[in-house]
Design a protein around this ligand. Structure first.
Ligand SMILES: Cc1cc2nc3c(=O)[nH]c(=O)nc-3n(C[C@H](O)[C@H](O)[C@H](O)COP(=O)(O)OP(=O)(O)OC[C@H]3O[C@@H](n4cnc5c(N)ncnc54)[C@H](O)[C@@H]3O)c2cc1C
Length: 330
């Protein structure tokens, strides 16, 4: 007898009690699926409390459940608790964010539930039998792959890339808010929380930034990032990078934009010395306004840009910084 589940679950991630925006994006994705099946959406809140559940409960979901009593940052325990709750409630589909948390918890959950899992979705749809189909980038972003999630023994699972969906807003209706004690018995206590080391760099995170200034191989050397940071500082922007710059060891991976880096959707994206290969564009092409500074007028980034400045970035950027400072009276 194959698994019979109903409803779509969203695993809403909190860190240190603060809900991440991905929760609202997953609700948008989940509502679209559930609507086509005539089902409801349940949000399982992990790592945040009743305030988070209240905020999600007004986004058109049936229920928001806080899983309480989870040890901090122990993914085995999170997966065990979600598996225990899912075995009792039998959802048809479970969505998690395709970030560090989701990429760690989802495979563990899939094993515990005997589920099929597709990762890194950029879009979700249903086939004629209303089974989950995931679209994701493949072969370095050169093709889009459609993956049918076959899951005869448990709920179908998917992780969804941050920013793939817009955040759900309030829609007037109010879902139930509940608290459930997390059952972590199945976790086996193999991992334990030791300590938390916060990022003390003071840098703006690219995932949350309204403005990003990114540097690529065109900077020529690691010292080139000084000018990227100077422009970013003048604009109050975060610093991004192409993979070529990251692979060269010029800047840490957390700054990488693209299909194997982070997806970003800022209001302003400034690309300095970045050619705009498909794998980079895949992470930033949804930016509201793109500005490119490049010596090659024919490269893809210059073609995609709303404002394309042809020239040597070491001449253009200092002039730009000077104008910004002048306009601000500094
Ligand atoms: C599986 C796979 C995954 C990948 N994932 C990613 C990813 O997530 N993110 C990513 O970025 N890449 C990714 N890549 C790599 C990607 O294909 C490109 O190699 C990379 O994006 C190129 O980086 P770049 O634009 O900085 O370098 P280049 O392509 O070398 O471009 C440098 C640019 O700088 C310009 N330039 C040079 N000097 C100056 C100057 N003085 N002033 C102004 N302009 C100048 C040049 O005209 C050129 O356009 C991936 C590749 C593969 C195969």
């Amino acid at each position: 007898m194959s698994y019979q589940g109903t409803g779509v679950w969203v695993v809403a991630e909190g860190r240190k009690g603060v809900l991440l925006p991905s929760a609202f994006e997953l609700v948008t994705a989940a509502k679209a699926l559930a609507g086509q099946r005539g089902e409801g959406v349940t949000v399982m809140v992990v790592g945040a409390g009743a305030d988070a559940a209240e905020a999600l409960s007004v986004c058109g979901v049936a229920k928001a459940v806080v899983l309480s009593g989870l040890p901090e940052l122990v993914d085995d325990a999170v997966a065990a608790a979600l598996a225990s709750a899912a075995k009792a409630a039998k959802p048809r589909t479970i969505l998690l964010p395709a970030d560090v948390f989701g990429r760690s918890v989802a495979p563990r959950l899939a094993v515990l539930l005997g589920s099929g899992l597709a990762s890194d979705a950029t879009a979700l749809e249903l086939d004629a039998e209303k089974r989950l189909v995931v679209r994701r980038a493949g072969f370095g972003g050169n093709v889009t792959i459609k993956v049918l999630v076959k899951s005869p023994a448990g709920p179908e699972l998917a992780t969804v890339r941050p920013l793939a969906y817009p955040r759900a807003g309030t829609n007037g209706s109010k879902g139930a808010v509940e608290t459930a004690a997390a059952d972590v018995a199945a976790a086996g206590g193999k991992t334990a929380f030791v300590s938390f080391a916060p990022d003390t760099s003071g840098e703006i995170d690219i995932g949350a930034a309204d403005k990003i200034v990114s540097g690529g191989r065109g900077l020529g050397n690691p010292e080139g990032f000084a000018i990227v940071r100077e422009l970013a500082h003048a604009l109050g922007a975060a610093v991004g990078a192409s993979r070529a710059a990251v692979d060269s060891g010029w800047i840490p991976y957390k700054h990488q934009v693209g299909i194997t880096g982070r997806s970003v959707r800022p209001k302003l994206y400034i690309a300095l010395g970045i050619s705009g290969q498909i794998q980079h564009m895949g992470g930033m092409k949804s930016s509201d306004v793109i500005v490119a500074v490049n010596s090659d007028p024919d490269c893809p980034m210059m073609k995609a840009a709303n404002y394309a400045v042809q020239g040597d970035l070491y001449k253009v950027v200092p002039a730009l910084i000077a104008e910004i400072k002048k306009a601000r009276g500094a």
